[in-house]
Design a protein around this ligand. Structure first.
Ligand SMILES: Nc1ncnc2c1ncn2[C@@H]1O[C@H](COP(=O)(O)OP(=O)(O)O)[C@@H](O)[C@H]1O
Ligand SMILES: [Mg+2]
Length: 223
């Protein structure tokens, strides 16, 4: 068994735009260890989001291999991929993606309800995850009553409540000010330390990179 969470070998990915082919990832290889806070940096258009979508099993690799926890993603069926996305990967986004009509607590519960857990475990996980991000006191508030940083904390709680093996975030601090972004990074770093889960983020920001245990800089779809 490998210690790596991901092993990416000779990955290629291109988009078709009419007759044009845009090569977003061009022969990229990297290993992502478990229990790490990994950042992927690089200029705009360098392929960060594309790579993250592949790691999140949202886009398939077109060439090359991606191994997730010793299992080749390329040979997984849709059912297996759905199962992994649902139970093992937590997602956070730049724009939070909360459901506006639901309170913080309901936002976490809504996503957990898909997991078919016993009711008491659902409630336990909701409290645990909202406590972990320091938002338990604000659990009845709707997103419109929360600041940007608090919204992102709800989104993190929602991801954490799954007890995923990895949390993946595409520039999750990009719409926050530096101080708030820094608080979010502290929460994520604590999660990695306390739960031995992994976090993988894309970023432009040196502050975010400073929290990483490992950074991969990509340019033109290559390391
Ligand atoms: N849906 C898409 N259709 C066509 N081209 C795309 C699409 N998404 C991204 N690209 C192109 O692929 C390249 C890599 O994009 P992306 O992975 O979003 O980079 P980054 O996240 O580093 O800014 C860029 O040239 C971008 O314009
Ligand atoms: Mg991007």
């Amino acid at each position: 068994m490998s210690e790596n969470l991901y092993e990416v070998k000779e990955l290629f990915f291109s988009y078709s735009l009419g007759k044009q082919k845009i090569e977003a990832i061009r022969g990229l290889s990297l290993n992502i260890p478990t229990s790490a806070l990994v950042t992927i940096s690089g200029p705009s258009g360098s392929g960060k989001s594309t790579l993250l979508n592949i790691l999140g099993l949202i886009e398939p690799a077109q060439q090359g291999t991606v191994i997730f926890q010793n299992e080749d993603i390329g040979s997984m069926g849709e059912k297996r991929k759905n199962q992994i996305r649902k139970f093992q990967i937590g997602f956070i986004f730049q724009q939070f993606h909360l459901i506006p009509v639901l309170s913080a607590e309901e936002n976490v519960r809504y996503f957990l309800s898909r997991q078919k857990l016993p009711k008491n475990e659902i409630e336990e996980r909701i409290e645990e995850s909202l406590q972990a991000v320091g938002l338990w006191e604000h659990r009845m508030k709707k997103p419109s009553e929360l600041s940007g940083g608090q919204k992102q904390r709800v989104a993190i709680a929602r991801a954490v409540a799954k007890r995923p093996h990895v949390i993946i975030g595409d520039e999750p601090t990009a719409s926050l000010d530096q101080k708030t972004g820094c608080e979010i990074m502290e929460i994520l770093a604590n999660l990695v330390a306390a739960r031995k889960s992994s976090v993988i983020l894309t970023t432009h920001d040196a502050m975010v990179q400073s929290f990483s245990t490992q950074n991969f800089h990509i340019q033109d779809g290559r390391l």
